[in-house]
Design a protein around this ligand. Structure first.
Ligand SMILES: [Zn+2]
Length: 242
């Protein structure tokens, strides 16, 4: 009987606890519909076997790069002796307190400066993931997707000074993407100092409704790709005390 009672109590507890709402911040990966930078592979799914064809099981193979869809950049992306994605500090990417900056008023190719982040300054500290919400993920798959607002280099340095090591964006890059491609300026500073960048996040504006002091958490976990520079992730957020 002693074993039954705790089990019943646990069941009762799970019935009583409010259901946690998970907010998915990941772009769906659909064959041939995922924007890719020049030189990066186009995402594609290939069916290897299928139950409907009488095969014993359904299996697919994938064509993708380390920067396909919603993904993390590890320091090794821009720094030759930087940390590779399999060695990233997972404490920074698992249930991390998130601060969401509302920057939806920023226009195409407009820099995000430190002054724009002033009201979030007190929340920036070690262990926090700073998410810059420009609303640009609604342009995913449109021709203007690369014309997003971008982070000013001096602002990036200030954010790092506050102890933040994870920055997430709803754009393809924290940097300006010019005709010639990504300027790489913020990439070099952020990754050069051991930081992690999360790109192509989806629907960050949904977090502005639930965001409150120290209550919002995010998990941004990469695959354990040995000696690689980045990895697709499933980015999720939730309110710690619903
Ligand atoms: Zn990347």
């Amino acid at each position: 009987m002693g074993e039954i009672i705790p089990a019943q109590a646990a069941l009762q507890q799970s019935n009583d606890s409010p259901k946690r709402t998970i907010i998915d911040l990941t772009h769906p990966l659909v064959s041939s519909e995922v924007p890719a930078c020049d030189g990066h592979p186009k995402y594609a799914v290939h069916c290897l076997s299928h139950l409907s064809r009488g095969d014993v099981a359904t299996c697919h193979s994938l064509t993708m790069g380390t920067h396909t869809g919603t993904h993390v950049d590890a320091p090794y992306h821009f720094v030759e002796d930087g940390i590779t994605v399999d060695k990233l500090d997972l404490t920074l990417l698992t249930a991390a307190p998130a601060v969401v900056a509302d920057l939806r008023w920023k226009k195409a190719r407009e820099p995000i400066r430190w002054e724009d982040l002033g009201k979030y300054e007190n929340q920036l500290r070690d262990g926090v993931a700073l998410l810059l919400c420009t609303g640009w993920s609604s342009n995913w798959k449109r021709s203007n997707y690369s014309e997003h607002p971008f982070l000013d280099v001096e602002a990036a340095k200030k954010i790092m000074e506050k102890g933040v090591r994870v920055i997430g964006l709803d754009t393809m890059s924290p940097d300006e993407v010019a005709e010639e491609g990504d300027t790489g300026r913020v990439h070099r500073i952020w990754l050069g100092d051991g930081g992690i960048i999360v790109e192509n996040m989806n629907g960050l504006e949904r977090l502005l409704e639930v965001s409150s002091e120290a209550d919002l958490r995010v998990s941004l976990l990469p695959l354990r790709l040995v000696d690689c520079d980045g990895s697709p992730i499933r980015a999720v957020a939730w309110k710690e005390h619903p």
